[in-house]
Design a protein around this ligand. Structure first.
Ligand code: ADP
Length: 289
């Protein structure tokens, strides 16, 4: 390290030692070269700071994160199969015994199937949330106009059923992880279509504005809107403003969006007027080449 500092490099590194009492200590070292007028190194300022508390906390956090990720993966895989069983046997029960059961019994079966279906979505969303950030794939050029084309094509049935109109044009090509970005756009578009008064026709516009450092996307809808006091909380995990009878969901969509956008160094927020609609904004930092 000293050799590198002598060559003019500013260095920061951690080293772990066992002290005289057999205790492990982690020290953060800084080596800062000082230069003369000609640019030659004339001295090195060396500084060491014990950071065992920080190192321990970081390790605990890493372990907790890994445990959580493992738990989510395990839980989702292990839950999927029994859930599929519950659902298919309930459906068999209905198919083979429906005439012998009264209306109430048939309704109970429907509730059970509906519960199993919602739990399947919940597990899928949980897995998507916990997997966010675990992909090490490099970023690529993503044509967001084509990406939205794909999302719209995928959701065609729902969009047609709701008579939704989605407007977007000349969306830019940006450098991003394609799959997580698609997930963000898909979640925001789905919400814009979903959170509508009954019988209203969703009108959604997607735009992107370029600033010096960012691309700022806006997804605007004409839906039910969000009260101002909830505009920040809706991005928390499991935060929902409605029950499943009104609007179904798991409360993980916006939390996933936030996690993805923050991992890309951007921000996500919303503005809204109750009864008029909401606009969700997110920024993507432009790469500096
Ligand atoms: P979910 O849709 O599964 O409930 P989200 O995290 O996507 O979860 O959204 C959290 C909450 O924010 C929703 O339950 C809803 O109350 C509110 N919300 C999200 N998008 C919109 C929107 N476009 N218009 C009105 N409310 C919204």
């Amino acid at each position: 390290a000293f050799t590198e500092a002598r060559n003019g490099k500013l260095l920061q590194y951690e080293a772990t030692y066992v002290n005289a009492f057999g205790k492990i200590i982690t020290i953060l070292f800084n080596l800062k070269p000082l230069f003369d007028d000609e640019g030659s190194v004339i001295a090195i300022i060396a500084e060491g700071r014990p950071i065992q508390d920080i190192a321990d906390a970081r390790k605990r956090l890493q372990q907790k994160n890994e445990e959580l990720q493992q738990f989510a993966t395990l839980a989702s895989h292990d839950l999927k199969e029994p859930l599929r069983m519950v659902k298919s046997f309930m459906q068999l029960l209905k198919k083979n015994y429906a005439p012998k059961l009264d209306d109430k019994a048939n309704k109970y079966i429907d509730f059970a199937v509906d519960g199993a279906e919602r739990m399947t979505v919940f597990i899928k969303d949980l897995l998507a949330y916990s997997n966010t950030g675990s992909d090490e794939i490099p970023k690529e050029n993503v044509d967001t106009q084509l990406l939205v084309d794909d999302i719209v094509a995928m959701q065609k049935a729902v969009l047609q059923e709701k008579h939704a109109r989605i407007m977007y044009e000349n969306l830019p090509t940006i450098v991003a992880h394609k799959t997580p970005l698609a997930l963000v756009l898909q979640n925001l578009i789905n919400n814009a279509v979903k959170y509508q008064p009954s019988n209203s026709k969703p009108v959604i516009s997607i735009t992107a504005q370029e600033t010096k450092e960012n691309w700022q996307f806006a997804i605007k809808d004409n839906g039910i809107g969000i009260e101002e006091q909830y505009l920040i909380k809706i991005f928390d995990l499991f935060k929902r403003l409605h029950n499943n009878a009104e609007y179904s969901g798991t409360g993980m969509g916006l939390a996933t969006c936030k996690k993805i956008i923050q991992q890309h160094g951007g921000n996500i927020w919303a503005t809204s007027k109750v009864g008029e609609g909401s606009t969700f904004y997110f920024t993507f930092i432009k790469p500096t080449f």
